[in-house]
Design a protein around this ligand. Structure first.
Ligand SMILES: [Zn+2]
Length: 485
């Protein structure tokens, strides 16, 4: 059997002014045999099964432009053409596996993955299986469900089960090749738009409960192949943005729909559990200063590097200076110009820099800091956590010691989610009183057991978890929490 394998990982924040353009996509495209060597992913999981079955795997593009603003129309059409020409070049294929993020949106098409999958389905015809792995934050549309043979979401958040999802997809494809399986999928969507943080899957959180319900339904009947609960990505504004469920059975469409509806009801019962009560900035900083012992992590929810915002928000920096906080660290501000100034001055030199607030007007004003350049680093570090594991590249990174307040400046936006981000720069988090972390959720998992207290801060920004402040235009209405039920 011959299978084609590729991926597209784009996460969009529709509210920011900048765009993910063609150049960004071209730089982020992996092609040829390198696609078949991508490690620790749904793709590698699928390829494990392909290898075990002696399938001939042929690469499609694997494009990872990352998290940023809307995809330009030109870039979206280029992505589509890369997959279509990849399929033409591949010749006859018996199956297609795609690793998608599920949160793309372009200037001219809200449902990026739906449009891509429909084009791929059109190219391969109705008979060829197209099995798709999705990130747990995917916004799933009926067009995606219709175009794919099966959509499988990860079951963890932070995500660490991509490999097993890819393997699951491979096993289903093997069952189809052996003519033992005929997957049929159903989809249902409760009208709920969750905050990113409340998609955390850990004891006591709503998604953990719902994932347990999904798991029980999945194992309750051998005809059920998969129940996936997708949390959605609120900042990629499309009609179907938000929570959804896909169910795949072995040729039992009524059963698939019945389970999807059950999951929808279970989600609806939890509809008031998905919003965050974040603390106003001044109050959060005051509480951190007043906390006697142990580390306090301040989550900068609205400018997390994971939700397409510039990562140069200054609200916490300004407030920590105003309240004269000591033993405090700004986890990062992305400001390559300020980094270059510090590098030019050199280690040990005194600098006065205007940092952050430069990309747009939504994330605070630029703030002036004065201090000594203590660290100049290449920005590369390895995460210590089992989720988001791997090596990270922050670009050239500096630490400016402002006397009691250390400011980490990176060359690009960074999600600050775990201690090695700091340790790699010679800062031991447990020996500091306050850390400000640009993260919507991951800091909760990464600093569990390290921090005494974690405070969600209601910073300004275009990933704010207070949705009443965001200019939604596409999402279906009514939807919780934009409308009340
Ligand atoms: Zn995700």
């Amino acid at each position: 059997m011959r299978v084609a394998v590729g991926g597209y990982i784009a996460a969009v924040n529709s509210f920011v002014g900048y765009r993910m353009d063609l150049e960004q996509h071209k730089r982020a495209a992996i092609t040829g045999d390198a696609v078949l060597k991508i490690g620790d992913s749904a793709t590698s999981g699928f390829l494990d099964i392909a290898k075990a079955n002696n399938w001939d795997a042929t690469p499609l593009p694997f494009i990872v432009p990352g998290v940023w603003g809307l995809v330009t129309a030109e870039a979206h059409e280029w992505v589509k053409e890369q997959f279509l020409s990849g399929l033409r070049n591949a010749g006859r294929v018996d199956g297609v596996f795609l690793q998608l993020h599920g949160t793309s949106a372009a200037e001219h098409i809200d449902d990026g993955e739906g449009d891509l999958l429909a084009a791929i389905r059109g190219a391969v015809g109705d008979k060829v299986p197209v099995i798709v792995s999705l990130d747990g934050h995917a916004n799933v549309s009926p067009l995606m469900v219709k175009s794919a043979t099966m959509l499988i979401g990860v079951k963890t958040n932070p995500h660490y089960d991509f490999v097993s999802v890819g393997q699951q997809g491979g096993r289903v494809m093997a069952g189809m090749f052996a003519e033992n399986l005929r997957p049929t999928s159903a989809w249902a969507q409760p009208d709920i738009l969750p905050s990113l943080q409340k998609l955390y899957i850990a004891p006591g959180w709503p998604m953990e409960h719902l994932m347990r319900v999904a798991r029980n339904l999945a194992v309750s009947d051998p005809r059920v192949l998969d129940v996936s609960l997708l949390g959605g990505f609120f900042c990629s504004d499309s009609y179907n943005t938000g929570l959804s469920v896909t169910v795949t059975t072995n040729n039992e469409p009524a059963l698939a729909q019945e389970i999807a509806e059950k999951m929808k009801e279970a989600c609806w019962a939890k509809r008031h559990s998905f919003q965050v009560d974040a603390v106003p900035v001044a109050e959060a900083v005051r509480e951190a200063i007043d906390t006697d012992e142990g580390l306090v992590v301040l989550g900068d929810l609205a400018d997390s590097g994971g939700a397409g915002t510039p990562g140069d928000g200054t609200a916490l920096l300004a407030e920590l200076i105003k309240q004269n906080a000591k033993s405090a660290v700004i986890g990062n501000i992305a400001d390559s110009a300020a980094v270059q100034e510090a590098v030019k001055a050199g280690i040990g030199k005194q600098v006065t820099l205007t940092v952050g607030g430069k990309t747009d007007k939504a994330h605070g004003d630029p703030v002036q800091i004065s201090g000594r350049v203590r660290v100049i680093h290449d920005g590369v570090f390895t995460a210590a956590t089992t989720f988001n594991a791997g090596t990270y590249r922050r670009g050239t990174t500096v630490v400016v010691d402002c006397g009691g307040l250390e400011v980490i400046l990176t060359s690009r936006p960074v999600l600050v989610f775990e201690p090695n981000h700091f340790r790699s720069l010679g800062i031991e988090p447990t020996q500091r009183k306050i850390i400000a972390a640009k993260s919507e959720l991951q800091h909760r998992a990464g600093f569990e057991g390290v921090a005494k207290k974690i405070i969600d801060v209601d910073t300004p920004g275009l990933a704010t978890q207070d949705f009443s402040r965001l200019p939604f235009r596409r999402i279906r209405r009514p939807v919780v929490p934009l409308d009340s039920f």
